[in-house]
Write a protein that binds this ligand. Structure first.
Ligand code: SAH
Ligand code: SF4
Ligand code: F3S
Length: 495
């Protein structure tokens, strides 16, 4: 059993209005979900007749890029059903797609839920739904059942493809609907998606994680690693390209181990070579790369590619070999630095970014100095720095030597300064160059400017108008402001 559905009809070949919603629901996916989308659509039509307007919905994302991509799937389904999507929580249907990677992600959700509960008291018809990583935790479900009875629908990460069916159940029934699965080996293709940007898109290439880094909750809430079949990924990207998308970001918790569990194994590097051939796609990004699985084959593909961006996010987590071992990362400081050297040799102008955790249990000042040493040696273009957050159920959570808060805070501040110093230095060195920039939006603060990203992920603002959005143009980098640039339009190549 592969757990994968046969490639069926593409979503855009399905006419929901032709589905017999009085028949019994099909058992096959995604047909079953199309059936429930049609049922919800009939519900929405009735709502519209009664209220003189379509119901409005809001999807709020709290997590990483994979979560954001899931939110686009939720929004796509709501759109097809007939909801009007809005940016405010004052809606008929609000869904929070939650994250639980650090304690503060959970706190945000509990805080917003309080507000939402008060709003619902005044608008009792509204429906509130919660999904995503946080819902995979038993204590969270217990707390919701006990103190948050006003929540209407709760589901997790493994059954998100069933959203239409769950939504329908919740619309026609009172009380809390809860559906949480412990794990799944299933990937359902061909569900609708509503993209946030017309010109760039995330593309899942795998789900779950098998690495069990000792601090991390993701493997527990996202389940075992499973890769999508290359033909499904390529078909999705071809469709996106036909739709005007020029930049894609391939998503997975550890893209370097892509394809290992497929019936016909494929490497990540091989997948990239196929994606490179797709006409219309001009930029390819990916995240996240685990250093332990980054192959020479991948480095070679990156070095020879015209489309893969010269940016690599390579999480370090800690520079101390002792701590890395405790973290179960399967590489040490020397191996990491050698890897960086190898990549820089093959792709000289590559921008390197990273994730670092400060205050892992038992981290000493010496361990911390090892991290600072790697930051100095690599000189990252940018780094996400996190204070260690204890996650119940992970091996690190039961370690006794938790580092005192004030010590962690002090290390965090010192690390941030070091990171910023190198980031500014790296950026400064680019001043004066002409770089290709994908224009993303009109600048929020100054409407005479547009903002875009270079291949190395740095932001640039320069005079222009909204007609440039989605285009790749040449921009001269005039002035560096630490993490971003002011520039000047320097021409546009044939698109
Ligand atoms: N799969 C990716 C990232 C997953 S989570 C990877 O392996 O790199 C994103 C980042 O959150 C991690 O890289 C790590 O730096 C951070 N993180 C994960 N768990 C954490 C915890 N318990 N406390 C603090 N930071 C954490
Ligand atoms: Fe978490 Fe490690 Fe998996 Fe990344 S690779 S998601 S840090 S367990
Ligand atoms: Fe958060 Fe889940 Fe992503 S825990 S970081 S939303 S995989």
């Amino acid at each position: 059993m592969t757990g994968r559905e046969k490639p069926g009809k593409m979503y855009n070949e399905i006419d929901l209005d032709k589905i017999d919603i009085n028949a019994a629901p099909p058992t096959e996916e995604p047909l079953r979900q199309y059936y429930f989308m049609a049922k919800c659509r009939a519900w929405v039509k009735e709502f519209e007749q009664e209220n003189g307007q379509r119901p409005i919905a809001h999807v709020q994302n709290y997590g990483c890029q994979m979560n954001a991509r899931d939110s686009e799937k939720l929004a796509g389904i709501l759109e097809v059903i007939g909801y009007e999507l809005v940016d405010t929580e004052e809606a008929d249907f609000v869904i929070y797609n939650t994250c639980t990677v650090r304690e503060n992600a959970n706190n945000k959700v509990w805080g917003r839920l309080g507000y939402l509960g008060a709003y619902k008291k005044k608008h009792p018809q509204m429906k509130i739904a919660l999904c995503g990583c946080m819902m995979q935790e038993e204590e969270v479900i217990e707390k919701l059942k006990k103190s948050y009875r006003f929540v209407d629908l709760v589901f997790g990460t493994h059954n998100i493809y069933k959203f239409a069916e769950l939504l329908y159940t919740s619309l026609v029934q009172d009380g809390m609907v809860i559906d949480i699965w412990k794990d799944t080996d299933r990937i359902v293709e061909d569900l609708p998606m509503e993209r946030k940007y017309n010109f760039k898109s995330g593309v899942n290439i795998m789900f779950g994680c098998n690495n069990f880094c000792s601090y991390c909750i993701v493997p527990y809430v996202r389940g075992r690693e499973r890769s999508r079949r290359p033909q499904d990924i390529l078909r999705e990207i071809e469709r996106l390209a036909a739709d005007g998308v020029v930049e894609i970001m391939l998503l997975g918790q550890n893209v370097n181990s892509y394809g290992k569990n497929l019936e016909e194994p494929v490497t990540f590097a091989e997948l990239l070579l196929e994606i490179e051939k797709i006409e219309g796609i001009r930029r390819i990004r990916f995240m996240t790369s685990h250093p332990k699985d980054l192959s020479d084959e991948l480095i070679e593909v990156m070095a020879n590619s015209r489309k893969i961006c010269n940016h690599l996010h390579l999480p370090l987590q800690s520079g101390s070999s002792r701590i890395l071992k405790e973290m179960n990362r399967h590489y040490d400081k020397e191996q990491y630095l050698l890897l960086v050297e190898k990549i820089r040799r093959a792709v000289p102008d590559i921008a390197l970014t990273t994730d670092i955790i400060v205050g892992f249990p038992g981290e000493t000042e010496e361990d911390f100095q090892e991290t600072m040493d790697v930051v100095r040696k690599v000189g990252y273009e940018s780094a996400f720095t996190f204070i260690y957050s204890k996650r119940t159920g992970t091996p690190a959570a039961i370690k006794e030597e938790q580092v005192p808060e004030d010590v962690v805070k002090d290390r965090f501040d010192r690390l941030l300064k070091e990171v910023q110093r190198h980031a500014t230095e790296r950026a400064n060195a680019l001043t004066g160059r002409v770089e290709e920039v994908l224009v993303e939006e009109v600048n929020e603060q100054d409407e005479s400017l547009v903002s875009g990203r270079m291949g190395n992920n740095f932001m640039v603002h320069f005079p222009g108008n909204e007609e440039l959005i989605g285009k790749i143009v040449n921009v001269k980098l005039k002035e560096c402001r630490g993490f971003y640039f002011y520039g000047e339009f320097a021409g546009q190549e044939e698109q």
